[in-house]
Design a protein around this ligand. Structure first.
Ligand SMILES: Nc1ncnc2c1ncn2[C@@H]1O[C@H](COP(=O)(O)OP(=O)(O)OP(=O)(O)O)[C@@H](O)[C@H]1O
Ligand SMILES: [Mg+2]
Length: 485
């Protein structure tokens, strides 16, 4: 048990009484005298020490980081013990934060040591020119027994600040950043990124893929997020590269959103075509925060990776058929980012600024990428996102129709073995378009589109074989003619 309540509260009550009967100048002199001696006296008999954490830094007038972290810690750990609370809504926070109201005191026990936190305020009288007004200075006061001084100052306070940090991260609104901004942005902002709140609903539960592969990726990510000490021990900066490749609509972007939701990271969606040069790229990197995923989508279309390290002779004439990707390819004319700039971005010296970061590339054409870009160490884990298999379908059926078993499943399974359909197309067939569309109707829709696709592929195969045979025939005829000549 500790003696009474915090003695600051008593000093303030006494001060208010004297204020009513004595002139101000006398009170000011008396107060400083009184406080000096009372502190000395209390120091002899009082077995507790007190540490104050002020809300604002005296020099900069900025809100103190320690005060904010203690506020978060107390709001989660001790606010339920207080009788009077204040509710605040902070910028970047998802929900209301409850904190101790003025002069409230709560007890906290850590490793068997009891401490007391009091939310206090001091009223400072300000006299500047003709202006007279009172100003409130808030502070948290931590009280503990003298014998625990070392433990509290060296261990407990660190614990409170670390916990406060974790709580702040967990309750913050996560952000999706982009470097592709309107031109006006540069005039109004000194940061290269703009952002919106990130609210993508994709999770590892809704992501349809082979369950073994999914749990391997999940474990890989969770292990990474807990490996701070390990990375330090082996002398590597705490980051990991993922390459997601596969045809359009197989869930690469959905996987990135699921990763961010799992680890509670922010996402930086980097459009290389909008980056002016390597210096700009480095600035963008420096401005990213820890606990984030840096994403470069369609990396094969973002830079002329084939032309800068080594020229691949047969690549020059290939026309991009996807109109969106073609536009991106055309746009890159303005960007002077080089492959070596990008390699430095991923694992050069500057990449070690910040920590706990994932770098994710996506591509539809993994074979087009320079091996240097995707070697292990840069892209540590290569994940193929493929066409829908039976296991993938089962997850989608559960997500979209809420069924785990159905007599039509077997037929779907057989068709999926011989037909390439993306999870995006399967999901589209499974989604009910009206209240009348029940499970059976939706499964039959899928079966119909799988059969149509199978027929179309068969017809295409026959047509391809016919063209090939015709070409071979023409070649043979040409050879005979040249032989005769
Ligand atoms: N594996 C999957 N699991 C769950 N839903 C998926 C999956 N793949 C695709 N989808 C669905 O299809 C839509 C498109 O998928 P997504 O954007 O993730 O594909 P992508 O591989 O990134 O395609 P692209 O290469 O064109 O960028 C998603 O909104 C999602 O609803
Ligand atoms: Mg995508």
């Amino acid at each position: 048990m500790r003696w009474g309540i915090g003695y600051y509260g008593q000093i303030i009550a006494l001060g208010m009484f004297f204020q009513a009967i004595f002139p101000q100048w006398l009170l000011d002199q008396f107060r400083s005298h009184f406080e000096k001696h009372i502190h000395k006296l209390i120091g002899y008999v009082y077995p507790y020490i007190q540490i104050s954490f002020h809300e604002h830094n005296a020099a900069s007038f900025q809100r103190s980081k320690a005060y904010a972290l203690i506020e978060r810690y107390l709001s989660t750990n001790s606010a339920h013990l207080a009788k009077r609370l204040k509710a605040n809504m902070f910028k970047d926070s998802e929900s209301v934060v409850l904190s101790l109201d003025d002069y409230e005191e709560v007890t906290d026990v850590f490793n068997g040591v009891t401490v007391w936190w009091t939310s206090n305020k001091k009223i400072i009288q300000q006299r500047a020119h003709n202006y007279r007004g009172d100003c409130e200075r808030r502070f948290y006061q931590l009280t503990c027994h003298r014998k625990h001084r070392d433990f509290v100052t060296k261990v407990y306070i660190k614990h409170v600040l670390d916990e406060g940090n974790t709580i702040t991260w967990k309750t913050r609104q996560r952000k999706l950043y982009t470097n592709n901004k309107s031109k006006d942005w540069y005039y109004y902002s000194d940061t290269l990124w703009s952002h919106i709140v990130f609210e993508h609903p994709s999770t590892f539960d809704t992501l349809a893929m082979d369950p073994k592969k999914k749990s391997e990726i999940l474990n890989d990510l969770l292990t990474f997020s807990k490996s701070k000490d390990y990375y330090k021990k082996v002398g590597k900066s705490w980051k990991r590269g993922y390459l997601l490749y596969g045809p359009p609509g197989t869930g690469k972007s959905s996987m990135i959103a699921a990763m961010a939701n799992l680890l509670e990271y922010d996402i930086y969606d980097l459009e290389l075509a909008s980056v002016m040069d390597n210096t700009d790229l480095r600035r963008l990197l420096i401005e990213t925060s820890s606990k984030s995923i840096i994403v470069i989508e369609d990396i094969d279309c973002s830079l002329d990776l084939t032309g800068q390290r080594k020229k691949k002779p047969d690549d020059g004439n290939k026309e991009e058929t996807d109109p969106i990707k073609k536009t991106k390819k055309d746009k890159k004319e303005g960007s002077e980012v080089t492959l070596s700039g990008l390699l430095n971005f991923i694992d050069g010296l500057w990449s070690a600024c910040g920590s706990e970061r994932l770098i994710v590339f996506t591509t539809n054409h993994v074979e087009k990428l320079d091996p240097a870009l995707i070697r292990r160490g840069r892209m540590d884990k290569h994940i193929e996102m493929s066409y829908c298999c039976f296991e993938t379908f089962k997850v989608l059926a559960n997500n979209y129709l809420g069924v785990e078993e159905h007599e039509l499943f077997e037929r779907v399974g057989r068709l999926l073995e011989t037909t390439n359909m993306t999870p995006a197309d399967v999901a589209e067939s499974l989604m009910p378009k009206s209240d009348e569309e029940n499970v059976e109707i939706c499964l039959n829709k899928l079966i119909k589109s799988l059969e149509d696709k199978k027929d179309a592929s068969r017809l295409k195969a026959i047509e391809d074989a016919r063209i090939k045979a015709e070409e071979e025939k023409i070649n043979e005829t040409e050879q005979v003619i040249s032989h005769v000549k």
